[in-house]
Design a protein around this ligand. Sequence first.
Ligand code: FES
Length: 291
Amino acid sequence: MSTEGNGVVSTGSTTRAGSTTRAGSTTPGIAAGGLDEATLAELREITTRYPQPRSALLPMLHLVQSVEGRVTSRGIEACADILGLSAAEVSGVATFYTMYKRRPVGDYHVGVCTNTLCAVMGGDAIFERLKDHLDIGNDETTEDGKITLEHVECNAACDYAPVVMVNWEFMDNQTPESATTLVDDLRAGAEVRSTRGPRICTWREAERVLAGFPDDRADEGPAAGPATLLGLRIAKERGWTAPGGEESGGTGSPADTKQQAQDTSYSDRARSETDIEESGADTAGGKDDVK
Ligand code: FES
């Protein structure tokens, strides 16, 4: 995701040559009441990536958000027209997934994980502090249009709890203080980097990447950090292997593991049945009673 200048692109700025992102603009090249031709062409282009064009709907909606700042009615209609769907079908998708927004989002979407692990590690406190500091509630945007605050579910980054995401980039191991500094820096236009390296771009720029138009920054930052790799390192140091690994001659694949579990289950059951028969135990209650 690219960043312009100091890392801040105000809502409504240009993100692609020749097309403005301000909803309702009357800039030449924008069809009255509809999306501009360049956006329509890109929406059609997305459909060519899939064997079934309707599979393109999710990235198409991200592209609409990158241009409109949210999923607008005309964005829904454009997607429906191109895919041969009803507006209700497209709307049903747009309202099901939480990454699609029907209300305008600020330049920076700040998601605070308040799922179980992050919550107990401080996520709840961070969220409360940011609500107070920004003077907004959940899913609301600051008056200057810079920050939209939302509490989000687990981001599969629990090893770095509590985490905050800015436009889907990770800010690991946060505290109420660091999160407050983070939003202040974003509002002030300072260059902000994810704790994993990449520069933070605007929400619209991030949405364009999610639509499948890369900004060639996917390799910024590490693939996995020390906390994520800690278990692997300890296992290697101690020579531990997963069940179904080298020791048993298996490949460790899910199929092998499942087969071995099944084999173990069968042999356990056979052993139980033999034990019962040999001991002359009363099996009137049925072998199934013996677990
Ligand atoms: S609980 Fe927050 S990332 Fe998993």
